[in-house]
Design a protein around this ligand. Structure first.
Ligand SMILES: Cc1ncc(COP(=O)(O)O)c(C=O)c1O
Length: 509
């Protein structure tokens, strides 16, 4: 074995600053080969390195960045696997045209006018049919949900924590529970919120059955049957169901697939309709669009809602899955008046099976606590005790960093396949984090039919129709990228592309 492969080169005269400088503590935990790859990937993104450009040779990388041969090689291979480079025999590595760069981004909404508020819209029926069909077919490759594959969660750590909790405190199974949740758990989530810039104390946390219960409580705290709630369009179907369930009307506000809800359209809608009681927004990694609102838009939204005294319900199910080591900011971190009700979930990041969520009710905190008690009483305490220790430990951040990296790679590879297989004219955004991708098909393709035909071939996806009361997303698909990229998954995407093409070619469609 050539041991020189493992030995770093002597220090060069002038190392490249971006990679060799002392990194911030979080970045230091990313392996060196990844930081080197990211450095060049950013240069490709920015156009500094163009398609066809030759990458620095392995020797150059070693010299310029003061890295070992194995690190330089690992970086190049990583970029090759991610589809950014191609290796040419005896010539080195070259920047290649990523297949997905040929697919255009999803279009902006065509009109800035809000839809009419809808009271009974039958979303329950649409969603129930979708869920029933999915369950009946039980497709072997199911890309319809929004959670990661079970093996991507820290199952052994959680199992050990659960067993320890029950061994040490078996009475957790038999005694009454604290109303707003277990204090250690509330401390743990409040501390993480503090690090994310939110001023929430453990006393101001209410533990819920996932984010969906938090959203239900938030809505009931500020509005009642017959009231209108502004929502993004498209939006998470569970929110539309909740609104219908509560007898409230949804007013869909145009939402950019790139920058999120239109603050101008929201203001116009509030001034036009006058009876909007709250707005619900997913500012980071919106479901289904995957977009992250720019900081300035978040500032403007929080300020507008404050000025109008319009309760702002923040749904934060996905922020911890954003790429990189610095999470995008929350709306709650801007809240100075208690006008933001913050709803969070651990189901996407920690464990879908534990159904843990939590919320801060802002100035409606007392009312939220009362509604929680009236609605479902407290959550199971042993799940909270199990989660609390893990969340408060460095192992949790390690788990999150690993999960984000894995998701990023899966997403990139799925995006490549979608770009390669989907019919001409398809569009897609590849989000900077999370577990979903929003794909726009040519207008003539019914995503409902595609969904049904794909189920017949063992593949599950979500048709765009369930994300709105209108039919404007009838040619969109949401595809989950929370599963490891395998040959079978690649084949499943190929099937989706083929079915899409068949639908496009169908005579008399
Ligand atoms: C935007 C959004 N909010 C809320 C939820 C519900 O979260 P939970 O599973 O924690 O109830 C989901 C689930 O997919 C979601 O996508």
């Amino acid at each position: 074995m050539d041991t020189s492969l493992l030995v770093p080169d002597p220090a060069p005269a002038a190392p490249c600053r971006a990679v060799a400088d002392a990194p911030p503590p979080a970045a230091a935990r990313t392996p060196l080969y990844r930081r080197l790859a990211d450095h060049y990937q950013e240069a490709i993104d920015a156009g500094t390195l163009a398609v066809g450009d030759r990458m620095p040779s392995v020797r150059d990388l070693m010299r310029q960045h003061q890295v070992s041969l194995s690190t330089a090689l690992q970086s190049l291979r990583h970029m090759e696997q991610a589809g950014w480079l191609e290796a040419r025999p005896r010539s080195g590595y070259f920047v290649r045209q990523p297949k997905r760069s040929v697919i255009r981004p999803v279009q902006e909404p065509s009109s800035l006018l809000a839809l009419d508020p809808a009271q009974y819209v039958g979303i329950h029926e649409k969603v129930s049919q979708y869920i029933a069909l999915r369950q009946k077919s039980a497709p072997p490759i199911d890309l319809s949900g929004m959670t990661c594959a079970p093996e991507l969660y820290a199952v052994d750590t959680l199992r050990q924590a659960a067993m320890r909790a029950l061994r040490e405190r078996p009475e957790l199974l038999t005694s009454a529970m604290p109303h707003n949740g277990n204090m250690a758990f509330r401390h743990a989530v409040a501390r993480r919120a503090l690090n994310a810039g939110m001023r929430i104390s453990a006393d101001e946390v209410v533990v819920t059955h996932g984010c969906i219960e938090a959203l239900n409580l938030a809505l009931r705290a500020v509005a009642g049957p017959g009231d209108t709630i502004a929502v993004e369009s498209p939006t998470y179907f569970g929110l539309l169901q909740a609104l219908e369930n509560l007898g409230m009307r949804a007013l869909e506000i145009p939402t950019s697939p790139h920058t999120g809800i239109s603050v101008e359209a929201l203001e116009l809608a509030v001034r036009t309709y006058g009876n909007i009681k709250a707005v619900v927004v997913v500012p980071n990694l919106q479901n289904p669009l995957g977009c992250i609102m720019p900081e300035a838009n978040k500032d403007a939204l929080v300020a507008l809602c404050d000025q109008l005294r319009l309760p702002l319900i923040e749904d934060d199910a996905y922020t911890e899955l954003a790429d990189g080591n610095v999470a995008p900011s929350s709306l709650k971190s801007r809240d100075r008046s208690g006008n933001v009700i913050y709803c969070a979930s651990l189901n996407k990041v920690l464990a879908p099976g534990m159904r843990l969520g939590w919320m801060n009710g802002g100035r409606w905190h007392e009312r939220v606590g009362m509604l929680k008690f009236a609605h479902t009483r407290a959550n199971e305490e042993w799940t909270q005790v199990t989660a609390a220790g893990f969340i408060a430990s460095p192992a949790y951040d390690r788990h999150l960093r690993r999960l984000r990296e894995v998701l990023r790679e899966q997403r990139e590879r799925m995006a490549e396949s979608i770009a390669a297989y989907f019919p001409e004219g398809s569009r897609m955004n590849v989000p900077k984090g999370g577990v979903g991708m929003w794909v726009e098909l040519p207008q003539q393709i019914s995503s409902q039919r595609l969904f049904e035909l794909a189920l017949g071939e063992g593949v599950g996806v979500s048709p765009g129709t369930i994300f709105s009361n209108s039919d404007r997303y009838g040619h969109f698909l949401r595809i989950c990228c929370g599963h490891p990229f395998t040959r079978e998954l690649d084949q499943a995407l190929r099937k989706l592309g083929r079915i899409g093409q068949q639908l496009l070619d169908e005579p008399g469609r």
